[in-house]
Design a protein around this ligand. Structure first.
Ligand SMILES: [Zn+2]
Ligand SMILES: [Zn+2]
Length: 245
């Protein structure tokens, strides 16, 4: 029985680490012969955000503008926000594979794209922080994907990670809520547990997905109240805002 289980684990390891990682395209599954994550055709079709995006929350815009309709004209605590991909195929699936199926190799893949955006936008942060989970939430999942992404990015850009935030209360599921409801839902659930570490620092918040931008905004506000000099946001993917044109 033990041998069977070990064999199963070994096969899974081989499959994930040799065949799915860099020998096959992570979208179409075609065999590839370079040290890339995708075949050239799929790579050219990735939903990378590089043309029009909101400078505050980083979400993709249909037409070029400085801010999205949510951020425009508001006091926003995020000084500069970016997101690598639009939350669509195949990235949406990859994020779910990481969060719910524990495919850790995707952290490495996302880390590469995050670091590209980091350098391209001259983030120059003093400290990288991540959106926290409650202790219970982290225990249930076994890891906090935002923390894994922050640590991977840290290795690649040479900026330390600070475990400075704490989530004290589980928020009711946010997926179906609008931005204002999310803001209300989050207020008071996130705390800065190490104020000294953030004072007068340029901070970069890392997370997996920007949905409405509310989470990043609440965290940035808390960090600013604790004396942070500037707060940036960098996420793997973001859901485009519903713009009225
Ligand atoms: Zn492909
Ligand atoms: Zn925005």
């Amino acid at each position: 029985m033990k041998i069977k289980l070990a064999l199963k684990k070994f096969k899974k390891y081989i499959r994930e680490h040799l065949f799915n990682v860099k020998w096959r395209c992570n979208w179409c599954g075609e065999e590839i012969f370079s040290e890339r994550w995708f075949c050239p055709e799929c790579e050219s079709k990735l939903p990378i955000i590089d043309k029009a995006y909101c400078n505050h929350c980083g979400r993709e815009l249909k037409v070029s503008d400085e801010y999205c309709s949510t951020c425009k004209g508001k006091m926003i605590s995020i000084d500069k926000g970016r997101s690598v991909f639009s939350y669509q195929e195949p990235i949406d699936k990859h994020i779910k594979d990481l969060k719910y199926f524990g495919k850790r190799y995707l952290v490495e893949m996302f880390g590469e794209y995050l670091s590209n955006v980091y350098f391209k936008n001259y983030f120059n942060a003093d400290l990288i922080v991540f959106i926290p989970m409650t202790k219970k939430g982290k225990k249930e999942r076994g890891f906090n994907q935002a923390e894994l992404l922050a640590r991977e990015l840290s290795k690649r850009v040479g900026v330390p990670v600070g475990d400075v935030l704490e989530k004290t209360k589980q928020t009711t599921r946010q997926a179906k809520l609008g931005r204002e409801e999310r803001l209300k839902n989050l207020q008071g659930t996130i705390k800065v547990k190490d104020k000294k570490a953030v004072k007068d620092k340029v901070l970069l918040i890392v997370d997996d997905v920007t949905t409405t931008g509310a989470t990043g905004e609440v965290v940035a506000e808390r960090l600013k109240k604790s004396g942070a000099k500037e707060v940036y946001l960098l996420t793997v993917a973001s859901v485009p805002p519903k713009e009225k044109y």
